[in-house]
Design a binder for this molecule. Structure first.
Ligand code: NDP
Ligand code: DGY
Length: 377
């Protein structure tokens, strides 16, 4: 990679002294901290060879508790500036710290928009997000500036699909409510009452999946053993391989009307934002259960709360919601037919390490002008 080196000191054969030059073209790689440089001094017409310590690319990491392996990878090749806390970096700190950085290692909690990109200026070359979702990134602005983006598809599919099934079962079999009854003495009042804490089984049901992508497919694969009668799916494109496994591509309206259980595993974008609104809930079965592990914005939350309170649908299980973190006294937390967990879809130990190291690899490759293992744009 050819780069303009500023303030380069080099050794002159004739004078045996270090001379400052402001503009020399140098070839360097991220791996070498000390480079042997050749520069042509046109005034004296002789060749000079020198060595100079090159500055390493600067990377901002927006959270302290990222897996050590990923940190080691970045520390080896870059100058790392890490926000030292395990809660999200305040916006003003990010705007300040991103100045002059070559790359940012961010999480889904950081909105990377025009303001951040302007603060970063022209030095920013790579964004590595430790997530597969990228609705927190203003992609149009990023593309305009030629900044590369890496993300983490695949490494979290199993963990998130598994969690989606766990949430579906926890909601349909009322696990959290039942646990609450055990703690609050409810169990003692009714012992083993035949109708107490009864839920709704999956066998013989119709399951609808909105977004039969990597995670949606993982959910379907895991549910195959539960005796599901029909799998319906909606999305922008058909998936012939999944249809061979039994999935039926249907319009969104049909998915709403015919599903007993709906799993939301799509990406959040302009078309899917608030797609589950008043109208959608009114089309669903009164006995329907919906689980969402995509993004909170896919469900219009006020409409969901009304649907849960009025019995328009039976229950909901949410790993994602609005806002995040949800205040503990939020209306959703008061609804017995709403199972809530705090965005833990990919929270599995080896998965999180895989996500972090993939993010680090994306950043390093992007900075070295090598193909990024998982490049979004
Ligand atoms: P994929 O890209 O493999 O799948 C995304 C799915 O969304 C595709 O099936 C796609 O359908 C569908 N989709 C996109 N736009 C639309 C639209 N306008 N209408 C209908 N369907 C649409 O991504 P993943 O499966 O890897 O991840 C999916 C999402 O899950 C992520 O974007 C992220 O938000 C969320 N996620 C949440 C986690 C958690 O912790 N809760 C963990 C990991 C991911 P089509 O191909 O037809 O366009
Ligand atoms: C993602 O990757 O998009 C999740 O929300 C967190 O794993």
């Amino acid at each position: 990679m050819l780069k303009l080196a500023r303030s380069l000191s080099f050794w002159s054969k004739n004078t045996a002294s270090w001379v400052k030059t402001q503009r020399s073209e140098v070839q360097h790689s991220l791996c070498s901290e000390v480079l042997i440089l050749q520069a042509w001094r046109s005034d004296k017409r002789h060749f000079c060879v020198g060595a100079a310590a090159m500055s390493r690319p600067k990377v901002l990491i927006t959270r302290a508790d990222i897996p050590q392996k990923a940190l080691d990878m970045l520390n080896e090749k870059c100058e790392v500036d890490m926000w030292p806390e395990s809660f999200p970096i305040p916006r003003e700190q990010m705007l300040k710290k991103i100045q002059g950085k070559d790359a940012i290692f961010c999480l889904l909690t950081e909105k990377i928009d025009t303001e951040v990109l302007n603060a970063a200026g022209s030095s920013l070359k790579v964004i590595g997000t430790m997530s597969v979702g990228y609705d927190h990134l203003s992609l149009e602005e990023i593309k305009k500036r030629g900044i590369k983006v890496g993300y983490t598809p695949g490494v979290l599919t199993d963990a998130t699909a598994e969690l989606t099934v766990a949430l579906l079962l926890a909601t349909s079999r009322r696990l959290f409510e039942a646990h609450g009854e055990l703690l609050n003495g409810g169990w003692g009042k009714c012992a083993w009452s035949p109708l107490w804490m009864t839920g709704w089984g999956l066998a013989g049901s119709t399951v609808g999946i909105l977004g039969l992508g990597r995670i949606g497919q993982g959910v379907m694969q895991r549910l195959q053993g539960f005796g599901i009668k029909r799998f319906l799916y909606s999305g922008r494109s058909r998936r012939p391989e999944e249809e061979e496994k039994g999935a039926e591509f249907v319009p969104f309206d049909t998915l709403l009307k015919e599903s007993d259980f709906i799993a939301v595993t799509c990406a959040l974008n302009d078309q899917t934002r608030d797609i589950f609104n008043e109208e959608a809930f009114s089309k669903m079965k009164k006995s329907a259960i919906i689980v969402n592990t995509s993004r909170g914005g896919v469900i219009k939350q006020d409409a969901l709360i009304t649907a849960l309170k009025t019995g328009q649908i039976r229950a909901a299980g949410l790993d994602v919601m609005t806002p995040e973190p949800l205040p503990p006294d939020h209306e959703l937390t008061k609804l017995p037919n709403c199972t809530l967990i705090p965005h833990i879809g990919s929270a599995e130990t080896t998965t999180r390490e895989g996500m972090a190291t993939l993010t680090a690899s994306n950043i390093i490759a992007g900075l070295e002008d090598q193909p990024m293992p998982a490049r979004l744009c």
